[in-house]
Design a protein around this ligand. Structure first.
Ligand code: NAD
Length: 392
């Protein structure tokens, strides 16, 4: 099958197996080119197939030499349909990890479910005994609860409506968007999906099952960002869920003996999830422009490799005064934010390409689905049904 991109707004409905393989390989090569990190040895990554979770798994494996178990929620392709990018990423990750003798197994299913928690706990017990790190990197639109009912997260403000510039990813035009406030019910549902309840469940159950090393580290990811995004993010429905995540980290550390839980505040980056948030993609395009000019731009892999090397290990976990790990330190630098805010005020359809890294945004968006990578023959016939070594 010859696979071409089918992009619909912020979703691409096809993905390219060889391209995803090349993207994963490039991340692995980046990590291997950096000094090794003396750190985690047995790591569980929940949400390991894309974005920050994938980059965390790659950093754990190729920087620390860790055995990894990944939890993904992805689809295998068939002869007539491509699989999800996360499926192909995981197939590539396992292939490269196994080639270097690293343990890597993956469980595919809904991380919110009890069934998957049981499967993962059994796998750890049988294969690794215990893990010393658990990374919780889910970005999910909905969650099925234990009673079978389902709740959905929303990306809305809390309080009043908010209007600001946004970019329409279908035609790359700027227009004002107004985001309406979430109802109390929608906020509660967003907290259920993206807050810390399920993270706490995972850690408590793993502790009870005896599969956590004493002194184990667990991490979840968040975002804060500048004021222009605050009504939408930090003070929005998703921000309420993130506040719940911070409280959950404190709860885990206090209630689960021998476990230290942290939230890492990461940089805004093009991922499948961030593309769905109004206002944020335009901010990211301007941010990329400024950070590339200032030579401090990072993608998911640079962020996660630096987190392992500088913020988690080599002298202990480094946090700010509120106990948060700040991987957004370069994004939030005063000089960077001053430039971003000047460009934000001036940007329009006429100067879009000068003031924002639109080409960079589109390139990274395509790469998420395995398109636009150097050295990949996009006219070649590929097998869309490839398997993941530990799954088949
Ligand atoms: P992403 O969409 O790239 O990846 C999300 C991962 O979660 C995917 O591997 C997906 O398959 C998996 N997943 C979703 N639902 C699942 C389920 N039910 N069971 C198992 N796996 C499931 O997202 P991302 O941007 O890497 O986000 C990960 C975390 O990082 C989120 O907490 C997000 O808020 C945070 N974060 C993102 C950014 C950003 O700009 N992208 C910035 C800071 C923090």
């Amino acid at each position: 099958m010859v696979v071409k991109p089918k992009i619909r707004g912020f979703i691409c409905t096809t993905s390219h197996p060889t391209g995803c393989d090349a993207a994963v390989k490039a991340q692995i090569d980046y990590v291997k080119a950096q000094p090794k990190t003396e750190g985690a040895k047995k790591v569980l990554v929940i949400g390991s197939s894309m974005g920050y979770g994938l980059a965390s798994r790659i950093s754990a494996a190729f920087s620390c030499g860790a055995a990894t178990i990944g939890v993904i929620f992805d689809k295998q392709g068939s002869d007539s349909r491509t699989g999800s990018a996360g499926w192909y990423n995981t197939a590539a990750f396992e292939k490269y990890a196994h080639a270097e003798g690293l343990y890597a197994k993956t469980i595919n299913g809904d991380a919110f479910s009890q069934e998957i928690k049981n499967e993962v706990i059994d796998l750890i017990r049988n294969d690794l005994g215990k893990v010393d790190m658990v990374i919780y990197s889910l970005a999910a639109p909905r969650r099925t609860l234990a009673d079978g009912t389902s709740v959905s997260s929303v990306l809305k403000t809390t309080g009043g409506s908010y209007t600001n510039k946004s970019i329409d990813l279908k035609n790359m035009k700027i227009s004002d968007v107004t985001i309406d406030p979430a109802t109390d019910e929608e906020i509660d549902a967003t907290v259920k999906v993206m807050g810390g309840e399920d993270w706490i469940d995972w850690i408590k159950q793993m502790k009870e099952a005896g599969v956590l090393e004493d002194g184990a580290l667990t991490l979840a990811y968040s975002y804060i960002g500048p004021e222009i995004t605050h009504p939408m993010y930090f003070n929005g429905s998703i921000g309420r869920a993130k506040a719940d995540l911070y409280a959950s980290a404190k709860k885990i550390t206090a209630e689960v003996e021998g476990v230290n839980a942290y939230v890492s505040v990461n940089k805004a980056l093009v991922t499948q999830s961030s593309s769905a948030i109004p206002i944020v993609p335009l901010y990211i395009s301007i941010l990329y422009k400024v950070m590339k000019e200032e030579n401090c731009h990072e993608g998911c892999i640079e962020q996660m490799q630096r987190m392992f090397a500088e913020k988690l290990y080599n002298g202990g976990v480094k946090t700010d005064s509120e106990g948060l790990i700040r991987m957004d330190d370069w994004e939030m630098r005063e000089d960077i934010q001053k430039k971003v805010s000047e460009l934000w005020d001036k940007i329009s359809d006429e100067n879009l390409a000068d003031y924002a890294d639109i080409a960079g945004y589109q390139q990274e968006f395509s790469e998420i689905f395995g398109f636009g990578l150097n050295g990949v023959d996009y006219d070649a016939d590929v097998d869309p049904a490839i398997g993941i070594e530990s799954i088949g």
